[in-house]
Design a protein around this ligand. Structure first.
Ligand code: UT7
Length: 367
């Protein structure tokens, strides 16, 4: 049998500060009813620590789940569009902190499609024999790029990290097929301009430029078409029919996007994993966190055909078809936690609200 890359460990790190729809009602003109009906989101979690801290804890949990020591890894890849620093990469900092002394490390940015793109890269490394054991993390601190007075964007996103360990298998389990695509011409629909080299040094201090620029409706349409077409291609490439699919783990962008895309694909909601209600859209972290939650909930069994599918900034899209291996219970558990905080969401976002206030001078004061 061909050598394939299979997931043998998984873990997630959910930061502790909740931001509910009721909390958002205090910053902006919105309502719990509107947000739930249009997005399916009730709550998101925000991080008081850096992206790298979230990535590190998710990584340690995935390693314990796989029963591996960090020194056994050949490669650490972190998918993120909100790295703590551009250089060194988050992956290099995680490699150092967890003690993956024999591993190479790099970041990968395909925005919300990052974990799917990352899976294709690490699966290729494992299948080719260039790597034996690889850690892939999706980690985001998206709240950093949000204007929390902008109701069209800030309601959607949350922070978090998820991780998976990939190892070789020779019994048919693992990644079966990949579909990736991009349309850079539509890149202007989702922009984070504050972290690149464009502009003058003062560039990032302008609230009109700093935050996420997002054209929700345009993105919505591209997402539904992109995800359903890509998932259909990967199912076919894997030699499967939609009836063979046991579970779809989609990027958690909006419950309506997930519904429309999976309906087009001909997959009923009982075979789709959704956890967006509690976590919101966490970009590259959403699929690995959903994989962790799906395993914890007993939704994945050995031999199941699972589809990962995502859409994101760039614009990018992609899908993975895989057959789940024999491991559905963790080998071990990492007991570490993030440092404590007694901050609430209003305290955490105080500087953010002040920073963006000049863009909203016509609106009443918040909190
Ligand atoms: O991870 C990949 C990237 N993200 C996504 O894929 C998300 C894609 N887009 C979306 O999820 C949706 O387009 C949104 C949730 C962002 C917006 O939902 P929508 O159903 O497309 O609303 P809309 O933009 O058409 O706005 C309808 C109305 C507007 O009011 P008027 O002009 O009709 O008076 C908006 O101003 O709803 C208003 N609105 C809101 N009202 C209450 C927009 N945001 C809000 C809000 N609360 N948070």
């Amino acid at each position: 049998m061909a050598r394939r890359a299979t997931i043998t460990g998984w873990g997630k790190c959910v930061p502790p500060i909740s931001l509910s729809n009721a909390d958002l009602e205090r910053f902006m003109e919105t309502s719990d009813e509107w947000i739930v009906e249009r997005t399916g989101i009730r709550n998101r979690q925000l991080s008081h620590v850096e992206n790298t801290d979230l990535a590190e804890l998710a990584a340690l949990r995935a390693l314990a789940c796989a029963g591996l020591e960090a020194s056994e890894l050949d490669l650490v890849v972190v998918a993120t569009c909100t790295p703590e620093l551009l250089c060194p990469s988050v992956a290099a900092m995680v490699q150092d902190r967890i003690g993956a002394t024999n591993a190479a490390a790099f970041d990968l940015n395909a925005a919300c499609s990052g974990f799917v793109y990352g899976t294709s890269v690490v699966a290729g490394m494992v299948e080719s024999g260039f790597a034996e054991r690889v850690l892939l993390v999706g980690a985001e601190k998206l709240h950093y790029a949000m204007d929390y007075r902008d109701r069209g964007t800030a309601i959607l996103f949350g922070d978090g990290a998820g991780a998976a360990v990939f190892e070789p298998s020779s019994d048919g389990d693992g990644v079966l097929a990949v579909d990736l695509g991009a349309d850079g011409g539509k890149g202007g629909t989702m922009l984070i301009r504050s972290m690149g080299s464009r502009g003058e040094p003062s560039f990032t201090n302008d609230p009109a430029v700093f935050g996420l620029h997002f054209e929700g409706q345009a993105v919505f349409k591209i997402a539904v078409q992109g995800i359903s077409a890509s998932a259909a291609r990967v199912v076919e490439r894997a030699g499967l029919a939609t009836d063979d699919i046991d579970l779809v783990v989609p990027h958690q962008a909006n419950a309506r996007i997930i519904d429309s895309a999976t309906r087009r694909l001909g997959i009923d909601s009982s075979r789709v994993f959704v956890n967006i209600d509690n976590l919101g859209n966490t970009a590259a972290a959403s699929i690995p966190m959903a994989i962790s939650d799906a395993l914890d909930a007993g939704r994945v069994k050995a031999g199941d055909h699972v589809i990962l599918t995502a859409f994101g900034g760039g614009v990018t899209w992609g899908s993975i078809a895989l057959r789940w291996g024999s491991r559905t219970d963790p080998v071990g558990v990492h007991e570490g936690e993030l440092p404590d905080t007694d901050q609430n969401c209003f305290e955490l976002l105080r500087d953010n609200l002040d920073f963006y206030a000049p863009l909203h001078i016509d609106k009443p004061p918040v909190v």
